[in-house]
Design a protein around this ligand. Sequence first.
Ligand code: SF4
Ligand code: SF4
Length: 93
Amino acid sequence: MEDHYNNYQENKLKEFESACLRCGNCCGAADNNPCEHLIPDKDGKYLCDIYEHRFGLHKAKNGNVFLCVPIRNILFKSWTGSEKCAYKKMLTR
Ligand code: SF4
Ligand code: SF4
């Protein structure tokens, strides 16, 4: 039963994560001051190079320190390019 529940949770998480457009805007891509861990890939999308351990304090390109938090914690806020965020769009459906 527990395994079944864990699988369900894992699948839900994958489904949720696959909705992300990987635009990088929640990590500063659109305001030209990205997190130091945000890296572009060959398709013009972005990846976090510490994704599994991302939550915590990190530096932006300009040296400012900020706290990386789960996306659900900031969905009611705005950031540059946030109007394109797939998760924000889900909220307004
Ligand atoms: S650490 Fe957080 S803010 Fe930085 S690239 Fe990864 S997910 Fe984005
Ligand atoms: S702004 Fe939204 S869609 Fe874009 S990378 Fe962040 S979570 Fe994904």
